[in-house]
Write a protein that binds this ligand. Structure first.
Ligand SMILES: Cc1cc2nc3c(=O)[nH]c(=O)nc-3n(C[C@H](O)[C@H](O)[C@H](O)COP(=O)(O)OP(=O)(O)OC[C@H]3O[C@@H](n4cnc5c(N)ncnc54)[C@H](O)[C@@H]3O)c2cc1C
Length: 425
């Protein structure tokens, strides 16, 4: 039976970033994920805020990625509903917080490659092409702290193999098998909406500004890419979304130009379109004995306000910091004390953002006077009061609570002696 310090289930961005962060701190790590089947490319990008970019830098995944990304200098919200109570457009600009950018827009295909390369450079990580099917935690016979150190997670794979580790990091996405196997309940909300994701060219400069049109069916957002290109997340009711995905390029381009009201000029070179049904998944907790959930395994949000992966990366950086601190103090790295601290550190950030995104999405869909008034009044106030606007920007684009070390720029990492992978029989 293979034993490592930490097993990571899932090789999406949250799983790969976890593996890189934990392995560069010297832990032996096994990443368990099924090899991705050949499929159409991921057309999504992720708008990542500065803390997430610092994490990518600190785990060695940024340098090969930077040229594919575009800085996010501003975020403009345009109320595009046909109503008398239409709110004024508000633009949040990074310089108002003394920053050059809030972050960068990163193509998800390039991100996956850069993270995979960063992990593959680490000698103390092994990849296992399999799926987790079940987990048991070895009971500690007497409950003493010495025995607690010996009680390991047994992780069963669909290949029949069983791995052991002090901690299982469950990064296996929104339908997380690990979450279910650890008996963690999750609240699931399916919205009557589908997001269309694509990348395209345009005749006007975006000037680093992302524009979010708030419409009754959901937001339609364009986010800068290098040169005169942008990415699109267009949320629609399912029937309309299916029609748009099936439309030919000329019809889709015409519909998009109409939707964007000319902010990017003429739309050109529309790329492949993929669609994503919208849902919200919220795990009741982020931990169970020897199991920590990160990324969409713990929380899946609709793609509004670019919160999803930024939250996931904050899980990763927080967990890596707590696990590293436990080892430095000679404590059990997957013990209850570490897991309790992890849950406490992440709770507010996740709760606040899940509620805010859900409220904003529902308020657009509801088409009710009170929600129109509330949203319109909020935008009026935010646009008119500079201090409030700065507060909203900090709340939206920065972490609630102190930033983990791995998300601070130019981290001077203390070099650690990295042991070769320990595959104890
Ligand atoms: C249209 C769209 C736009 C978005 N834009 C943004 C944005 O601008 N900014 C932002 O921050 N976020 C954004 N997001 C959210 C972001 O894409 C997700 O948060 C992120 O991709 C989730 O990563 P993850 O690693 O948690 O999960 P996933 O990427 O789903 O990875 C899950 C992994 O687990 C593996 N797996 C599954 N089951 C098992 C098992 N049983 N055993 C082992 N492995 C398993 C899978 O093969 C996969 O490797 C967007 C999402 C959408 C849909």
């Amino acid at each position: 039976m293979t034993t490592v310090d930490i097993i990571v289930a899932g090789a999406g961005p949250a799983g790969l970033a976890s593996a890189a962060a934990l392995a560069t701190s010297g832990f032996s790590v096994a990443v368990v994920a099924p090899r991705a089947p050949a499929r159409a490319p991921d057309t999504r990008t992720a708008a990542l805020f500065n803390g997430s970019l610092a994490l990518l830098q600190n785990i060695g995944a940024w340098d090969s990625l930077a040229a594919d990304t575009a800085a996010l200098a501003g975020i403009r919200i345009i109320d595009d509903r046909d109503t008398l109570l239409r709110a004024p457009a508000v633009t949040f600009e990074a310089h108002e917080l003394g920053l050059t950018a809030f972050g960068a827009n990163v193509p998800q295909e390039a991100l996956a490659r850069a993270l995979r390369d960063a992990v593959e450079r680490l000698v103390n990580v092994q990849f296992i092409d399999a799926q987790v099917t079940a987990i048991d935690v070895e009971p500690s016979p007497s409950g003493s702290s010495q025995d607690a150190l010996k009680s390991l997670a047994h992780v069963h794979l669909d290949t029949g193999a069983v791995l052991r580790a002090s901690l299982l990091v469950a990064a296996d996405g929104r339908n997380s098998t690990c979450r279910k196997a650890a008996n963690i309940a999750a609240e699931v909300t399916n919205y009557p909406q589908i997001a269309i994701a694509a990348q395209f060219g345009h005749s006007r400069e975006h000037r680093g500004i992302s524009t979010e049109f708030h419409r009754p069916a959901g937001p339609c957002t364009v986010v800068p890419l290098p040169r005169r290109r942008s990415s699109l997340v267009w949320v629609e009711r399912p029937a309309m979304a299916r029609r748009l995905v099936a439309a030919d390029d000329a019809a889709f381009t015409a519909a998009l130009e109409e939707r964007l009201h000319g902010v990017l000029g003429t739309v050109t070179a529309i790329g492949e379109r993929r669609h994503f049904p919208l849902s919200c998944v919220k795990a009741a907790t982020l931990a169970a004995p020897r199991v920590a959930l990160v990324g969409e395994a713990g929380h899946t949000l609709p793609p509004i306000g670019a919160q999803g992966l930024n939250l996931g990366f904050r899980d990763v950086a927080t967990l890596a910091e707590l696990v590293g601190a436990a080892r430095a103090a000679g404590c059990d790295i997957g013990g209850q004390a570490v897991l309790d601290r992890y849950v406490a550190a992440r709770r507010t950030d996740i709760d606040v953002r899940t509620r805010a995104v859900d409220w904003l999405n529902r308020s657009l869909l509801a088409d009710l006077l009170p929600s129109d008034l509330a949203r319109g009044a909020s935008l009026h106030l935010i646009g008119g009061i500079a201090a409030l606007k700065r507060q909203v920007m900090r709340a939206g684009f920065e972490s609630a609570g102190s930033l983990p070390h791995l998300m601070r720029p130019s981290l001077e990492r203390v070099p650690v002696a990295i042991p070769a992978l320990d595959a104890r029989p």
